[in-house]
Write a protein that binds this ligand. Structure first.
Ligand code: CA
Length: 418
């Protein structure tokens, strides 16, 4: 067992009830503090400046890897370094360590979450988005084709994916403008140009990779855990009307690349290990390079809310990462089976995560069934898709044996089109 995951551990830092940031979490992020931009972790509502701890010798790491705008330098040290740092931080902040608690130099490395500004944590190189939730693929197939042929013939053979764009991946909290583009709202008329009218979110998670193998080599499903640093929540915004017109024949382009938001804390794969769960039976049998052993899925509860301006949040979806058909190990094995190299800081989206029941769908397209079942807001208005000045908030956490490990939230407001 990973020492820092011991469910009996408690911290001398206060952890509020239902906090995602137990001492068993120890996620990583980057924050702007009064000391500058540094790599941080978090326990409860306390943000911990790891650069300060390293400078003063409280963790045995070269401090310079923590005095940067991104986690990439630290990630380049690999999986064992991540594990070592989590363990060192766990020892420093557990309640039995009264020497650390009473050390004034450690106190100067602690900030309240409200005193810092969280940054985009990773300098993201390539962004790949998969399409790995069966219910989502089925729902979309029903909406745009027919229920009998909802899944395309390749879907249960290939973890389908496409290459996205990393330049527009934003940290939680940064507002964006409604995109504009070409649409063809009436099939019998010519296309038109204008504001996106069918703006949607996609409830996803993302995983971020360590440095991979040289080009030409592949990562097996058994090796994949060693190449995955951690996960975040991902809102992969989609302009459905632009998407419908542009996607033939090469797939998504401007409907997807105007913005995607990620949560600011990267929860390590190590911290998520206790929440492993069995995946679905995969039938037909997958190709041998996609076979895996052990539990590689994860039980992570997910939620989406919409908050209209001046009103309160309304929950529009409660899903779970365990509903994925293809797991991360299979996605990474598939991504590299042709010799494609992955690099430190690559971002891999799960694809929209929809559960089998109504109320568990991961996009407005599915929740409102293409606008035929609008959702009521508390201010009396209805939503088929996302309106101007709405804020969409996603949250996620895993919980077992009284230990909660979560991501916090990814939140973003939609401003009117420019
Ligand atoms: Ca997506």
């Amino acid at each position: 067992m990973i020492e820092a995951n011991n469910p009996n551990l408690k911290s001398w830092i206060t952890v509020p009830i239902n906090s995602d940031f137990s001492i068993q979490n120890i996620p990583f992020g980057v924050a702007k503090t009064k000391n500058g931009v540094v790599v941080v972790t978090r326990i409860g509502d306390t943000v911990i400046d790891i650069h300060q701890l390293a400078l003063k010798g409280f963790v045995s790491f070269d401090a310079s890897v923590f005095r940067t705008s991104y986690l990439n330098d630290f990630m380049l040290l690999g999986k064992q370094a991540t594990r070592d740092l989590r363990n060192q931080l766990s020892i420093l902040f557990r309640d039995t360590n009264t020497a650390a608690k009473n050390n004034s130099e450690i106190q100067t490395a602690l900030f309240n979450i409200n005193e810092v500004e969280m940054q985009l944590p990773i300098n993201i190189g390539d962004y790949t988005d998969f399409y790995s939730s069966e219910q989502h693929a089925y729902n979309v197939g029903c909406l745009f084709r027919d229920p009998k042929n909802a899944l395309l013939p390749n879907w249960k053979y290939i973890p389908v994916g496409y290459h996205g764009r990393s330049s527009s991946i934003l940290p939680s909290g940064v507002a964006i403008h409604r995109p504009k583009g070409q649409k063809k709202p009436n099939p019998d008329e010519a296309p038109v140009f204008g504001n996106c009218n069918l703006l949607d979110f996609e409830l996803e998670t993302a995983f971020f990779t360590y440095q991979g193998k040289p080009i030409g080599d592949s990562i097996t499903t058994a090796e994949a855990d060693d190449y995955i640093f951690g996960m975040a929540l991902l809102n992969d915004w989609s302009a459905r009307d632009i998407q419908a017109w542009e996607y033939v024949p090469l797939g998504p382009f401007l409907a997807k690349n105007f913005a995607s938001h990620i949560s600011c804390w990267i929860v390590t794969l190590d911290a998520l290990e206790p929440f492993r769960t069995e995946g679905p039976v995969q039938e037909p049998k997958v190709f041998s390079y996609l076979e895996y052993t052990g539990n590689k899925h994860l039980d992570i509860k997910l939620e989406v809310t919409i908050q209209p301006e001046g009103s309160s949040e309304v929950v529009v979806s409660k899903s779970n990462y365990k509903y994925m058909y293809w797991n991360m190990n299979q996605q990474l094995a598939h991504h590299t089976i042709n010799g494609c190299n992955i690099r430190v800081g690559d971002c891999m989206g799960s694809g929209t995560i929809s559960g089998p029941n109504e109320g568990e769908f991961g996009s407005m397209l599915e929740i409102t069934w293409k606008g035929t079942k609008p959702v009521k807001m508390l201010d009396g208005t209805e939503r088929k898709f996302i309106a101007d000045n709405d804020t969409v908030i996603m949250r996620g956490y895993a919980e077992k044996n009284g230990v909660r490990v979560g991501f916090g939230e990814v939140s973003a407001k939609i401003l009117p089109a420019k």
